[in-house]
Design a binder for this molecule. Structure first.
Ligand code: LMR
Length: 398
């Protein structure tokens, strides 16, 4: 019956979590694989603002009816204000169709299904490299996926001219998947000037920008990290935005995300919203209620919102501190090399340039886990392990 079914090779990121959990070198092992923020004590945090919201949800206990297919109204409002800014014209004009989704991945899936249905000739282009699941999700939705030039290991920057030249070759309604901040996996973002140029090309070539923002607040700040999204809206682009609260609310397992589509008119936004709901209905019917309720409470209460922003910035600052400490520790051990990229890159990830063989040595000899492409989740470092990790990296680089 199933003899024709081919085995699944496993996911390069999530598969590492299992390997790490099964590694019995508990005294030394360090998890720098999956994009998850750990505290200085190596724990997954429960944010204070989330604790307050959850206490409100629990007392008195709330009935758990089905949510609307597109999620709670207060949740959708929170997504829109975070992404596009409070009191902005595009929200007031009703031109944004927003739905709550199962994490950022769910938003990508619903958006990809919608695009495949209504723009059947569209191809999707992702940065080289990108988060592996971008490719899987768009291919899984039936789109052809190609790569556009992005990361330049020679400069630890962006192959900007090549990227722009590539965009010039694309066809109307082709999708370009963009990372507004904290690029995954490289940590290398476009500058504001570069966004201006890229989005002008996107507009002139009538491409569909699909912006995936999973790390809002971990780059500069909540508003600056949304710069590219707001610029796209300012330029009058029809833009898809997938967002995630996994990292910035530390709600990974609750699967809390959103998809927002900015349309040229309110009437089009309403029609798009209807189709997004239908897409949700035929995949999983409606979103889970807990994450929706937490976001609704935290984001729509001024004091809790401020507390949340402050907690995100504390996480951001600890990551920055770890970047600086790792850089200094490595520079001391291998002064002939330049490790300046650790503090240049932004967000949770550092693209270390380590080869798959070096990454394997780190895992096998030192129990230090990172993704085979050399991506390190800096948020897994702390004062107790940073010197150990620096030693291990220095060893495999010698
Ligand atoms: C990551 O990039 O590690 C995270 O976004 C988790 C995931 O689902 O891959």
């Amino acid at each position: 019956m199933f003899t024709h079914v081919t085995p699944y090779a496993g996911d390069p990121i999530l598969g590492l979590m299992d390997k790490f959990a099964n590694d019995d070198r508990t005294d030394i092992k360090v998890n720098l694989g999956v994009g998850v923020y750990y505290t200085e004590d190596g724990k997954l945090p429960v944010l204070e603002c989330v604790k307050t919201a959850e206490a409100k949800i629990a007392n008195p206990p709330r009935p758990r009816g089905y949510l609307p297919m597109d999620g709670l109204a207060g949740y959708k409002k929170a997504c829109q204000e975070l992404l596009f800014g409070k009191d902005t014209a595009v929200i007031k004009e009703g031109r944004v169709a927003t739905i709550a989704t199962l994490g950022g991945s769910g938003a990508l899936k619903v958006g990809a299904d919608f695009i495949h249905e209504w723009f059947p000739t569209a191809k999707c282009y992702v940065s080289d490299p990108t988060w592996g699941n971008h490719i899987s999700i768009f291919e899984g939705a039936g789109l052809q996926v190609g790569k556009y030039p992005y990361y330049d290991p020679a400069t630890i920057g962006v192959k900007f001219d090549e990227m722009c030249a590539f965009f010039e070759t694309l066809n109307e309604n082709d999708v370009v998947l963009l990372h507004p901040c904290c690029h995954n996996p490289t940590g290398v973002d476009l500058s504001r000037e570069q966004w201006e140029v890229v989005l002008d090309i996107v507009k002139r070539k009538k491409l569909i920008p699909f912006m995936d923002i999973a790390y809002q607040g971990f780059g500069d700040d909540m508003d600056a990290d949304a710069f590219a999204i707001r610029l796209a809206v300012e330029k009058g682009l029809t833009v898809f935005v997938s967002n995630s609260f996994s990292k910035n609310l530390s709600l990974y397992g609750e699967r809390v995300g959103g998809l927002s589509v900015v349309a040229p008119t309110k009437a089009e936004a309403d029609t798009v919203l209807g189709q997004l709901k239908f897409t949700v209905r035929r995949i999983y019917s409606s979103p889970p209620s807990h994450g929706n309720a937490v976001v609704d409470i935290v984001m729509n209460d001024e004091a809790l919102f401020e507390q949340w922003v402050d907690e995100v910035y504390q996480m951001r600052d600890r990551i920055r501190d770890m970047r600086a400490k790792l850089q200094a520790a490595l520079q001391q051990r291998l002064p002939e090399r330049d490790f300046g990229y650790f503090t240049k890159q932004r967000g949770m990830f550092s693209f270390t340039g380590l080869t798959a063989a070096q990454v394997a040595r780190l895992r096998e000899e030192f129990a230090v886990y990172m993704v085979d492409n050399g991506r390190m989740c800096v948020a897994g470092l702390n004062n107790a392990n940073v010197e150990y990790v620096a030693n291990a990296i220095a060893e495999v680089l010698k």
